[in-house]
Ligand binder design. Structure first.
Ligand code: FNR
Ligand code: LAC
Length: 355
């Protein structure tokens, strides 16, 4: 990055990442399901919700500090769990977790992480583990135990991948495209293909959720909920949180964006659990709209990968810092000074009378 002006927006980081990555790796990270209808919707939805500028308010003290499931954070913007970060930077998830901590955030690490949970634990930074359960429950229980030992403070069960969405680019065929968890499970004489067959995936169902709740000894969040009925039932089942998400437009093509799905979900859970959201966030003002609709935190997927690819830990930190600075500016221009005060009054409503 030495001979470039410092990145001013996450799009500058995207351009830097495009220059740094090979086409097949870039294609895996940018990939979307089928026609990309949902992915496009998530890019464009922001302009359908204009913001409401308020003036003559002292917003010089606008703050982005917040609390999410007991963590006091400097920003509500969190790196989303994104698989195989070792493909874009040799330090992979270690750089992401450190960069997040430096930015006052907390990273969610994918169960398809390139780095082992022990290595992540040794950083001494706060982190959450995202989990795709393995076919063998005893292996899943072992993984959860190791996550707890490595300091993970919540378990994020991703529930929107009962099958993988159909994506054109597919996976990267390189020896580095193997999650650390699978690498660790290879028994003498086994090939990687054998491990995939032996461990497999296990669908997360309501009864599976009960098993997790009785075992995890960690707060459990469900990631990939869009429907208010599912949200209501999850809250009734006692989960700690939900992530309203389309998986970055990589699963059901044609579903609505998180911004559209949020209000009924927030109504359905009625404060019984935390609600977070992600998808298409490229500006702090995008995060502002999600927070205003009741999200307690906002996950950021691909932009973090762009920062990581181009400049490791410093790039991750910069991406979160840029989005946080933009959020603070957007809050101030809407006359807002606290995350906890945000609500839909920041949305522009034509013809609304003065209050
Ligand atoms: C993901 N996502 C994801 N989610 C998850 O729960 N576990 C995972 O391993 C992954 N892996 C993954 C890989 C890649 C390449 C992408 C792009 C995404 C989804 C991710 O957590 C998040 O929901 C989206 O990335 C959010 O959308 P944006 O911010 O990328 O637009
Ligand atoms: C993906 C999986 C790994 O979206 O979540 O690529």
């Amino acid at each position: 990055m030495a001979d470039r002006p410092p990145p001013f927006s996450v799009q500058d980081w995207r351009r830097a990442a495009e220059a740094a990555l090979s086409p097949d790796v870039l294609a895996y990270f940018e990939d979307v399901a089928e026609d990309g209808v949902t992915a496009l919707r998530e890019r464009n939805v922001w302009s359908s919700v204009p913001l409401r500028p308020r003036v003559l308010v002292d917003t010089s003290e606008a703050e982005t500090t917040t609390e999410i499931l007991g963590h006091s954070l400097g920003t509500p913007l969190l790196p989303a769990p994104v698989a195989l970060q070792g493909l874009v930077h040799p330090e992979g998830e270690l750089a992401t977790v450190r960069g997040a901590t430096a930015a006052g955030s907390l990273a969610i690490v994918s169960s398809a992480s390139s780095m082992s949970m022990d290595e992540i634990g040794r950083l001494g930074c706060p982190w959450w583990l995202q989990l795709y359960p393995l076919a063998d429950r005893s292996l899943t229980a072992e993984v959860i135990g190791r996550a707890r030992a490595a300091g993970a403070s919540a378990l994020v069960l991703t529930v929107d991948v009962p099958v993988l969405g159909r994506r054109a680019a597919g996976l990267v065929s390189s020896p580095q495209a193997v999650p650390a968890l699978l690498r660790e499970m290879i028994q003498p004489g086994e090939t990687l293909a054998d491990v995939y067959v032996r461990t497999g995936g296990r669908p997360v169902t309501w009864s599976e959720l009960e098993w997790f709740q009785s075992r995890a000894e960690l707060p459990i969040l469900l990631k990939g909920v869009l429907d208010p009925t599912d949200a209501r039932d999850a809250a009734a089942a006692g989960v700690a949180g939900l992530v309203v998400s389309t998986h970055g437009g990589r699963q059901l093509d044609g579903c609505p964006s998180a911004l559209e799905a949020l209000p009924p979900v927030v109504d359905a859970v009625a404060g019984r659990c935390a609600v977070l959201a992600d998808g298409g966030v490229r500006r702090g003002s995008h995060a502002l709209r999600l927070l205003a609709r009741g999200a307690a935190g906002v996950l950021v997927g691909r932009p973090v990968i762009w920062g990581l690819a181009a400049d490791g830990e410093a790039g991750v930190r910069s991406v979160i810092d840029i989005l946080t600075a933009e959020l603070r500016t957007a809050m101030a221009l809407c006359g807002q000074t606290r995350i906890s005060d945000l609500d839909r009054s920041v949305e522009w409503r034509p013809n609304e009378p003065a209050s």
